[in-house]
Design a protein around this ligand. Structure first.
Ligand code: FES
Length: 122
């Protein structure tokens, strides 16, 4: 049965807080957009983490959030493009690339990356 939940979204980049109602059978991002709210997104299918938020209160259901590790889900992150509300919610947008860095930063952080042409060593 369709039921609606209240959600408070702190958009930290825009310095705005939105309060809206979302049905439990629609993705939060899509429902918010239909109501005129502009939130960060890119792929819209749970792969890129652009739409990631920190859950401050409440529960979401996000079985298709393939781009988000279980570890980060356990730490309270959610991808709004593939999240259903399962209670009233309060969330805040991530810092830029925060989730991406948490998941993948370790792969790029350990070594030196060289740019440009190798030096001529004669
Ligand atoms: S927009 Fe890419 S994961 Fe949500």
């Amino acid at each position: 049965m369709t039921h609606s939940y209240n959600i408070i979204i702190h958009d930290r980049q825009a310095g705005q807080t939105y309060e809206l109602s979302v049905p439990n059978d629609r993705y939060v991002l899509h429902s918010a957009e239909d109501q005129g709210y502009k939130l960060p997104f890119s792929c819209r299918n749970g792969a890129c983490t652009s739409c990631a938020v920190r859950i401050l209160a409440g529960q979401v259901y996000q079985p298709e959030a393939v781009g988000l590790s279980q570890h980060l889900r356990d730490r309270g992150y959610a991808l709004l493009c593939v999240s259903y509300a399962r209670s009233d919610l309060e969330v805040e947008t991530q810092d830029e690339d925060e989730v991406y860095e948490l998941q993948f930063g370790r792969y790029f952080g350990g070594g030196q990356v060289r740019f440009g042409l190798p030096l001529d060593e004669d």
